[in-house]
Design a protein around this ligand. Structure first.
Ligand SMILES: [Zn+2]
Length: 249
């Protein structure tokens, strides 16, 4: 279960058993985390607050460019303070390398292999999910870092729910074909997508264990006090929240 701390950050309760692991999802309480909304100064301050609450150095983050694709990149200490072009997912076994994504409805996915000390992060919107970003990350951890998929803990953070995610029928049918009937809901001729379910099925197809996948049930579009939502706010969107994962030494 994802727990909201008093300071406005969500963390997986179960993952507290790993003392070196730093992870969490910011909420709107901490403000916008993406450069381009508001002033840079404000974003820097918000990121510092988030980092202080979780105990990581905000100057040691690595970000993905986030182009809504399915590409994963291996990163390390030399990538700190960089944005990795073309990537929506990042994996590292470096210490004090904090992987960071920004979201407003898309799914922030955290990965952790406690056996090998390998961590990953992904930004998963519908295009990236169709490109297999969930399974891609598991496979990347397996082939590049010798992880065993069934060892990997996965957490799907705050994102849009099937309650609010109305999509064109054509897109719904693509998801149904690739990820199964249960990822799509039809109501009075309107089609809704369950992105979280699609990612879960994709992760499981790559060998992840259902019992090790955590899913946050709240919907970003339904909870304006806690989350930004592109679907709800459209052009007036004023920010994005962030997810982070890293290992301290
Ligand atoms: Zn909703």
């Amino acid at each position: 279960v994802l727990k909201l701390t008093k300071k406005g950050v969500y963390v997986w309760g179960k993952w507290a058993m790993f003392p070196r692991l730093v992870h969490g999802f910011s909420t709107r309480i901490l403000g916008n985390m993406k450069f381009g909304f508001g002033s840079d100064e404000e974003v820097r301050k918000n990121r510092q607050k988030f980092a202080k609450i979780l105990g990581f150095n905000p100057e040691r983050i690595v970000e993905a460019e986030q182009i809504h694709g399915g590409q994963i990149a291996a990163v390390g200490k030399t990538d700190i303070d960089q944005e990795i072009k073309g990537a929506d997912g990042l994996v590292t076994h470096g210490l004090k390398v904090y992987l960071f994504v920004k979201v407003a409805d898309c799914i922030p996915i955290l990965f952790f292999d406690p056996m090998r000390g390998v961590i990953g992060i992904a930004h998963a919107g519908w295009r990236g999910i169709l490109a297999g970003i969930g399974a891609n990350t598991v496979k990347f951890m397996e082939t590049r870092f010798s992880c065993i998929p069934k060892d990997i803990l996965v957490g799907l953070g705050p994102s849009i729910g099937s309650c609010c995610y109305l999509v064109p029928k054509k897109r719904a049918l693509k998801f149904q074909k690739k990820f199964g009937k249960e990822t799509v809901r039809e109501k009075e001729g309107r089609w809704y997508l369950d992105l979280k379910k699609a990612v879960c099925n994709d992760l499981i197809s790559a060998g992840a264990l259902p019992s090790k996948i955590e899913v946050f049930s709240l919907c970003t579009a339904c909870c304006p006090n806690f989350f930004f939502s592109y679907r709800r706010e459209g052009e007036s969107l004023s920010g994005e929240t962030a997810a982070v994962i890293g290992l301290k030494d």
